[in-house]
Design a protein around this ligand. Structure first.
Ligand SMILES: *Cc1c(COP(=O)(O)O)cnc(C)c1O
Length: 357
């Protein structure tokens, strides 16, 4: 077996995970209907609710983030949904809604731009909508849209639920899920939550749960009512990813030990990278909406990003090329996960070394 460490990840997910969190995953297996699973879920529950700033249940779903997006779409949309699309993942949310036969109206914004509250109001004013999908942080473009302001707008409309993908923003910035009256907040484990892939945490408002009850077809694996029924017993409907649950418990304990420091560290890494990028390149996102989770940098010098990554790989690290149409036009440095500010400085120094070649 090779003992070489794979490159240190500066990609925007999956992210680097500390050894003490990884080691949690190696414990003996437990029965998924035995008391031990209840103890594990019971320990996670209050911390997860605190993290997502809600008194509603936080469900631990064994699937990737996309599954949680689909859960929101299946259970919470009635007929007509406004999908805010400003990149690849928000496009995915719209396509998931298409796949369930809803009438999907897209609020399309150029890649790199944010969704602005007044755009949402204008569209909702056209009438007939019962749901809005929004990706808080577009990982494809590095844009963080103003969630609080958008939630204020959707709340002006009766019976319009707000479904938010917070896969790369939850646990990166505090999100006031309940105060903002967000109806569905979905996340994935390998991004902001900084544990290995395989889990999606999600939480739903009372109103969203009422919607689910009224839906005739909720599928099976993503049926919220079945997920909730198991949650009441500190269980999950099907066999969960126990190792990831253990990593999550450890992660949440570490965050809760000093939440402010956890969030501040992300901001610090983003600030350092942004300043560096503005000196040497330019930030791709609309000014004022640059993500804290990742920096999407415009390749103004016309370097080969593929060659850059080849060079970085030789030095034991890797970043992300631009997403699809943005390939070689941008590159992305993730700030989520266990990389320290020193690791970031090392990465930036390495890129400077490449630029000088
Ligand atoms: C990664 C990601 C997802 C989900 O991806 P999975 O591969 O299903 O975990 C969803 N939304 C955003 C914004 C993401 O970055």
């Amino acid at each position: 077996m090779s003992t070489a460490r794979p490159p240190r990840l500066f990609i925007p997910g999956p992210v680097e995970v500390e050894d003490d969190v990884l080691q949690e995953m190696a414990g003996p297996m437990i029965g998924h209907r035995a008391p031990e699973i209840g103890e594990l879920i019971g320990a996670i529950r209050p911390m997860a609710e605190k993290l997502l700033r809600t008194s509603q249940p936080v469900y631990l779903m064994t699937n990737s983030g996309t599954g949680a997006m689909e859960t929101a779409a299946i259970n919470c949309v009635k007929n007509k949904v406004l999908s805010c699309v400003n990149g690849a993942f928000s496009q995915r949310f719209a396509e998931i809604c298409d796949s369930h036969g809803y009438e999907v109206v897209r609020l399309k914004v150029e890649w790199g731009k944010a969704i602005h509250p007044e755009m949402v109001r204008e569209k909702l004013n056209e009438g007939g909508f019962d749901a809005v999908t929004l990706v808080h942080n577009e990982t494809s473009t590095g844009v963080m849209s103003p969630l609080a302001e958008i939630a204020k707008v959707t709340n002006e409309f009766d019976d319009v639920v707000l479904l938010v993908d917070a896969v790369t923003s939850a646990a990166v910035v505090p999100i006031e899920t309940e105060k903002l009256k967000i109806d569905a907040l979905v996340t994935g484990s390998q991004k902001g939550l900084a544990i290995p892939p395989g889990l999606a945490l999600s939480t739903f408002s009372k109103r969203a749960m009422e919607r689910a009850k009224k839906k005739k077809l909720r599928g099976s694996y993503f049926d919220l009512l079945s997920i909730h029924k198991s949650w009441e017993k500190d269980q999950t409907p099907t066999t969960p990813a126990v190792p990831q649950f253990r990593a999550l418990r450890k992660r949440l304990e570490k965050i809760m030990a000093n939440e402010d420091a956890w969030y501040a560290a992300h901001q610090e890494k983003a600030d350092l990278t942004r300043k560096w990028a503005n000196d040497r390149f330019a930030m791709f996102p609309e000014a004022g909406y640059e993500s804290v989770s990742l920096s999407c940098i415009e390749n103004t010098r016309g370097i080969s990003v593929a060659d850059l990554n080849g060079y970085l790989r030789e030095h034991g690290v890797m970043l992300s090329n631009g997403y699809k149409a943005l390939k070689e036009k941008t590159f992305r440095i993730g700030h989520m996960g266990a990389n320290s500010i020193e690791h970031h400085q090392q990465l930036l120094d390495l890129i400077d070394g490449f630029l000088e070649k």
